[in-house]
Design a protein around this ligand. Structure first.
Ligand code: KG4
Ligand code: ZN
Length: 327
């Protein structure tokens, strides 16, 4: 089966062509994977500007599709997979309308895909599925702990009550005047911090609580108050990164132990963070699935994989849902 996958939920225009073989233990081959980033455009706003992102998707989609088809040597497509939510409403609709036009033109079925589920399922591109699992999805829009009993069987154990972890990285970077997106910039500066003991101490919000929820907006406020001495920018970056990592790891491992789960699955842009991966590996002795960097952040390969595990739907019933939940 050859899947054409499209992802436009935020600021990246992504098209991939994925070949899937075998039913029980599918093997995937990436025929093409194109990501057209809008980062340069949104940089000056310090975040994604939805109407601008929509316009860019409209402009980029035909070009990105052509590049993906050419790279894959124009195979015969069997099905189209498209992100329907969660995400920015105008951006989602742009991708959906584009997918519907293609489906009509080529006479193909469409499979709607949940973006959060795709961030989880990308881990099965080259690894054996192992259930039950606790999934931590950490992106610019979401921070959720999900109990996964099987593909399609999810229970949300906890989530952020305010800002997502990626959003926290982005907002702090804005406060520190470092640029956008904040995660990779803060991670780089943190790695350059050579001080042994830090002069700055930030809170670890909700770390000792019994629930699996998160709260990151207080961290941003703490940075705002403590950011007086610009000399300590690298220290601040290491401390903010460590504060986020401490909370994410503590809560995820607690969720896994409480539910007697041996597999932890990471996904979403923040899972590209090297320190987070390193510290997770040193603290979790069982099975840990983490995507490669290219598949942590938004891409269409993950939409293709999730599409393979999904079902086609009447194209007239396919619509965007900005607040779509995984269960
Ligand atoms: O999954 P993603 O590409 O888009 C959404 O679905 O939101 O995640 C983007 C988020 C941004 O907030 C970005 O700052 C963060 O992922 N991010 C990182 C790193 N790379 C991207 N955060 C921490 N460390 C990184 N290396
Ligand atoms: Zn994402």
């Amino acid at each position: 089966m050859i899947i054409l996958a499209i992802e436009t939920s935020c600021d990246d225009t992504c098209v991939a062509i994925v070949q899937a073989k075998g039913q029980k233990r599918p093997r995937f081959k990436i025929l093409s994977n194109i990501v057209s980033s809008q980062t340069e455009i949104h940089k000056k706003y310090g975040g994604v500007y939805p109407s601008l992102a929509k316009r860019e998707h409209q402009k980029n989609l035909p070009l990105v599709l052509e590049r993906a088809l050419k790279k894959a040597k124009r195979p015969k497509i069997d099905v189209i997979a498209i992100t329907v939510g969660p995400g920015l409403d105008p951006c989602l609709w742009t991708g959906i309308n584009f997918a519907k036009d293609l489906a009509k033109k080529w006479g193909l079925p469409i499979i709607p895909v949940n973006h959060i589920e795709a961030h989880i399922l990308i881990n099965f591109i080259d690894k054996t599925q192992s259930f039950p699992a606790v999934c931590l999805v950490v992106s610019g829009g979401h921070t959720q702990l999900i109990l996964m009993r099987d593909i399609g069987e999810y229970k949300i154990l906890g989530e952020t009550r305010d800002d997502a972890a990626g959003e926290c990285f982005d907002k702090v970077a804005r406060i520190l005047g470092l640029g956008y997106p904040g995660g990779p910039i803060i991670a780089k500066l943190a790695s350059q911090c050579k001080s042994q003991a830090l002069n700055i101490k930030l809170p670890r919000p909700m770390i000792g609580q019994k629930n699996y929820d998160f709260s990151f907006s207080g961290l941003k406020t703490a940075v705002l108050y403590k950011h007086k001495n610009k000399k300590y920018v690298k220290e601040m970056c290491r401390e903010i990164q460590q504060a986020i990592i401490d909370v994410l790891i503590k809560k995820t491992i607690k969720a896994a132990k409480d539910h007697r789960v041996k597999t932890i699955i990471l996904g979403g842009g923040v899972s590209a963070n090297k320190e987070l991966k390193k510290q997770f590996k040193s603290k979790w002795e069982h099975n840990l699935l983490v995507p490669i960097k290219e598949f942590s952040t938004d891409n269409a390969v993950m939409i293709g994989i999730a599409g393979y595990f999904g079902k086609p739907k009447d194209w007239q019933k396919i619509k965007a849902d900005a607040n779509l939940r995984i269960c």
